[in-house]
Ligand binder design. Structure first.
Ligand SMILES: NC(=O)c1ccc[n+]([C@@H]2O[C@H](COP(=O)([O-])OP(=O)(O)OC[C@H]3O[C@@H](n4cnc5c(N)ncnc54)[C@H](O)[C@@H]3O)[C@@H](O)[C@H]2O)c1
Length: 453
């Protein structure tokens, strides 16, 4: 690069660094050390109560209020408070918009949203409008591209932080591999894979495996995610749940921080699994057997990145299979295969032979896990749920950016509507919007850089 070109790039970097991006801006005071972080929870179903239980364990956090529309879920949540020996906070309920009353509370440092997907974007937008500065939302951010743009723009306008609580980014093996990527063990990264490969037939039909008090079948307002999740499989065909697969690998390849998703192409297989399951469980006359499911059983998405990395994502929730997120991280010197828990590094591993990955995981255990593993005991999903809440709360305490931000949430979640469009148009290539408006070129990765949060 010539001297004048180098100078130009440097000046541009400095100039654009000052643009209105959501970085730590210290406009608001950090939470004083002698007071607890005050949280409100919207949606205290299966996932929400998990977050509630973890928040109740923290000496630095106080749950001020909760909101849910289902009396049975509120009862379950009351039991969680009782078990923790804590009094029930203010409860908001009664109708779908009761949460707006919770948002009017004056003393909230943040809210956590764990409702059905279609409620996330409206609730985030209402929370931003109400002046809440930290919003944690369960996956995924919204349904449509418009939802994602609205949330990004509203968060920028409010100078507020929206973090999608993508817990898989904190899985212990995933973080060890992130550590290896950062230490260049795999060389330059060339290709990554991930997915959501989880047999959800029991959940989508609420077949009674979920505790407690279940037994309703598809179509009834049962006591499981079936009362909202299944409809998406009836009406939509695309990668409906990309973030567990994409979040961890996006962090490894610096998406929105020097790299970005450029375009994707999606393919959906035929749809058989849900129909076969309904037929086997309910027989030919059952109403569920007569439903036409739009969702292909295996949806495959190829993503091209600005820096030349390719990504393969899989969504596979309708067929019998053991759970696997199917990660693969491959560079010029070697690769990690999640499904077989194996690693190969040229010149270190025996020629043409896989190493059992555990030795590598132990060697490259992430500093966050080394420091906090005791606190993860009993936390959901092998302990990773601890970290995602921890990251959110520690950011509030310091009045700094959350470890994953609104641009991550939007880029990862946008895969769903883009894959739906691609499939609908006969597997056409679809371009990604750039939610950072060009800032991806200058932003630096600060996810899990130390051992604090
Ligand atoms: N990250 C993970 O590992 C993980 C695991 C499970 C679920 N999830 C996500 O968590 C979210 C919730 O899933 P879940 O399993 O808890 O579902 P759920 O059905 O058990 O809980 C959703 C809750 O939201 C409540 N609700 C619905 N509309 C509401 C409204 N307008 N106001 C207030 N409450 C409302 C429901 O009554 C219910 O209690 C989903 O986005 C799901 O994808 C994430």
């Amino acid at each position: 690069m010539t001297a004048s070109r180098r100078e130009f790039v440097k000046n541009m970097t400095l100039a654009t660094a000052g643009l209105a991006m959501l970085r730590p801006d210290q406009l608001f005071a950090a939470v004083p050390a002698d007071r607890k972080v005050r949280l409100g929870f919207i949606g205290t179903g299966f996932r929400g109560t998990g977050h509630v239980a973890l928040a109740l364990r923290r000496p630095d956090t106080e749950i001020v209020a909760i909101c849910d529309v289902d009396e049975r879920m509120l009862q379950r949540t009351a039991n969680v408070f009782k078990q923790a020996g804590k009094p029930m906070p203010k409860v908001f309920t009664g109708d779908n918009y009761a949460y707006r009353k919770l948002l009017e509370l004056k003393d909230l440092d943040g809210v956590i949203i764990a409702t059905p997907w279609e409620w996330h974007a409206p609730m985030i937008l209402d929370a931003l409008a109400a002046g809440i500065k930290y919003i944690g939302t369960e996956v995924i951010l919204g349904i449509t591209l418009q939802d994602h743009w609205q949330v990004v723009k509203a968060a920028e306008q409010a100078k507020a932080h929206v973090m999608m609580l993508e817990n898989v980014c904190y899985r212990r093996d995933v973080m060890a591999v992130l550590n290896m990527v950062r230490q260049n063990v795999f060389g330059e990264i060339i290709h990554v894979q991930g997915g959501y490969q989880h047999d959800l037939r029991g959940i989508k039909f609420n077949d009674g495996k979920n505790p407690p008090g279940v037994g309703a079948e598809f179509g009834e307002k049962g006591f499981s995610e079936a009362h909202w999740r299944t409809e998406h499989s009836v009406h939509r065909n695309g990668d409906l749940y990309p973030t567990h697969g994409i979040g961890p690998v996006a962090m490894m390849i610096d998406i929105n921080r020097g790299n970005r998703f450029v375009s994707l192409c999606s393919f959906a297989s035929k749809s058989r699994g849900l129909h076969e399951y309904a037929l086997a469980k309910g027989g030919p006359a059952h109403s569920s057997t007569k439903v036409n499911f739009a969702l292909g059983d295996v949806v495959t998405t190829n993503i091209k990145c600005a820096n030349g990395v390719t990504i393969l994502l899989q969504h596979d929730t309708n067929l019998p299979r053991p759970y696997s997120l199917g990660f693969r991280v491959q560079g010029t010197k070697g690769l990690w295969m999640d499904v077989s828990s194996t690693i190969y590094v040229e010149g270190v591993s025996k020629d043409d032979e896989w190493d059992q990955a555990q030795t590598w995981y132990d060697k490259y255990d992430h500093p966050l896990w080394k420091r906090w593993s005791k606190d993860t005991q009993g936390a959901g999903h092998g302990g990773m749920d601890f970290f995602v809440l921890h990251g959110f709360i520690e950011a509030i305490k310091r009045n700094t950016a959350t470890p994953m931000d609104v641009y991550d949430a939007a880029a990862w979640s946008a895969i769903t509507p883009l894959s739906e469009s691609s499939i609908e148009m006969g597997n056409e290539r679809v371009d990604f919007p750039d939610f950072t408006s060009g800032q991806w070129m200058y932003r630096k990765s600060d996810f899990a850089r130390g051992d604090e949060f």
